[in-house]
Ligand binder design. Sequence first.
Ligand code: FE2
Length: 364
Amino acid sequence: MVELPIPTVDLADIASADADRRKPAEEALRRAFRQFGLVYVKGHAVDPAALGRFYDAFRAFVARPADEKAPFGRADLWYQRGWTPPNTEIAVASGGQPDFKECYFAAPYDADPELALQYPELYPPNVWPTPEPAGFRDGFLGLGRALHEAGQTLLEGCARSLGLPADAFTRRGAKGAHVTRVLNYLPLREDQVNTPIVWGEEHTDFNMLTLLPGGRFYDPAGKPAPKPDDKSGLFLRTRADADAPAGTMVRGLAPEGCITVQVGQELEILTGGELLATPHVITAPGVPGWSRLSSAHFVHMSCDEVLYPLREFLTDAARKEYGPPVLAGTYSMKTLVDIGLAPKTAIDRLGYRHYDRLESMRAR
Ligand SMILES: [Fe+2]
């Protein structure tokens, strides 16, 4: 594993009114996102003790039998709230291998009422398990909000570092279908270890920014434990260059007290490829019986915003790579179909669907 000089930025520097303090942090952020696709962040409001209690609460939920969890698996909401059963989501770029994980989704903020009517599966009310494990909801919402606030500061710093108005990204995400997810990567059996099975196939996220507060391994007895080996966990692939044409795989191991933040497809498209969505994979350990909890917060564009390179990045190449323009909501719907969470029929809702009216009128 190569050790790369991935920058760490302090949110207090990024948010500072003092340009002398802010500028170097913005430059580090731009370099981190441009070169590595990720940055480590300190000065955030994620409380490690609260995160541990939240993981305990989620462990209590996932320990329940599948038939008790099933009512909270909401295919009708395209799994954007509640429980995602194992082997549901698939990675687009890796041959459609389902992931070895189960998840839970919740939104940390209330939805915009109009967008909730327009996109009912992307902005539904939260679904909470009953009985609710102690601290589950509060832990979920507290984590999501702390990560989201960090994301807003980073998006402002990122915009300024690219010569854009500070709100170039945040105003396009003011009504986004932001969602927080907690994941349980499932233990492998003896015959599954050291096979091509991974916990989460390599993919890029489709939102603007993904914020990762760090996960926790559990040994076969179900006790929290340090990582069982060097091959398991989150790895991120950096941008390709002449020295590393396939990019470089980096372990997503933030310095103590920091969170990891990575670039998603929406930010890639808005910047015409100046920033690239960061490929990442979650590899399983080479020993049976171990599981891992982790969580992520996804900052999205508002569904009614146009997803297309901003004027400052609109070159012929960017038009070719990222055109034609599409609404972020349409883009989300298509992606959720691509990754197996929404049914293919979701696409039929796009465009006109009343051609049969004329036929039936003429038949009268
Ligand atoms: Fe991801």
